[in-house]
Design a protein around this ligand. Sequence first.
Ligand SMILES: Nc1ncnc2c1ncn2[C@@H]1O[C@H](COP(=O)(O)OP(=O)(O)OP(=O)(O)O)[C@@H](O)[C@H]1O
Length: 393
Amino acid sequence: MGEPPRFLSSFFSVFKKGKSSRKQQSALRNPVAVALPEEIHQFSLAQIKAATSNFNRDLILGEGGFGTVYKGFFNDGKLVVAVKRKKREFEAGAGFKEFQTELLMLCQLRHQHLIPLIGFCFDKGEMILVYQYMRNGPLSDRLYGSGYDPLPWKRRLEICIGAARGLHYLHTGAKRAIIHGNLKTSFLLLDENWVCRLSDFRTSKLRPRSNCKPKTPEKLDPLVQSNLGYLDPECLETGQLEEKCDVYSFGVVLFQVLCGRRPFVEHDGEMTALVDLARQSIKEGTIYNIIDPYLKGRIAPECFRLFVDMASSCTRVVGDSRPEMGEVEAMLHRALELQEKADEEASFRAFAHAPHHKSRVDNSDVESASGTMDSGAGDIESIASDESGGRSC
Ligand SMILES: Nc1ncnc2c1ncn2[C@@H]1O[C@H](COP(=O)(O)OP(=O)(O)OP(=O)(O)O)[C@@H](O)[C@H]1O
């Protein structure tokens, strides 16, 4: 993989100059001023219009901060894509930097847990990005959108593992770490096999070199700043986007996966950040009360403890005491193993107690075949005492 830093910085420098600069004019015809990877296509507006039946409203998948997303079709419908078209009000030039950043990042980054970019269109004033279509949509819809079946716990764990892998790759896969900067459940897209793909790299940044950290707080990108409920409080204070900021946002995602809730929730008549409510509930030993009701009785206690512990560590107030994404990924794998082991044991016990089998096995009284948490918090209060690791509050 090429090294993003030089690529990005030389590219952005072209656009900092005056509007009439010839260099900029030529770059505007081709927003990637370097050779494109073979698999990235540059589409004409006519091609995009044909793929989306002229931006047919019936094909709208959703609207986001950057623009409208349409379902599109190429190769006689064999290739299904998501077409993200920049908002009209950005015409004056706003949104261009986001377009570039997304394009440049995704041109260079390829990983099974990042959204695959198919191409782009930079024609007649339009800025359009074309991605692989993710049939199961964003994780946010599956957790708290209406009209969907609840996600099974193991699937949730697998999705979290995929997201952790994607982030770990961003943080460690290039010569300099890439910070996603705007992680949330709506940017975790699920393909037809429920594989999780990180999307939206509009605010992604290369990690600042450690020896040139600014002494005064930096101004955060307004988009990052608006990521309420997910934004690391330390990052908000210093303005420094680092890996630990993504780790914090990922911890919020873990709480959302467990609770099936939005980043802000109503609690005692007030809107509260889910992360604050969850951390408080952990301290009080009542976290089980706020988990997704669908999950009650379906999570193995050891798996539950580890998962809660992980979410809690990721959202520690002091950034340096948060784990790295590699550790988080490993812990989530462990949580999945614990769940699978409990499920196996449960099905073995259920089999042993089935009427056809009962005569052949010991008649001793086995309490529960599930082995899962089916009521109350059990011994999870213990989490409250060991989650503080390094926290200052
Ligand atoms: N590759 C894709 N495949 C399927 N659906 C997609 C894809 N990309 C985006 N979408 C749909 O389009 C919607 C809008 O996406 P977009 O990334 O523009 O904004 P968003 O998630 O609403 O967030 P924001 O407002 O912060 O930009 C998503 O919620 C999702 O439903």
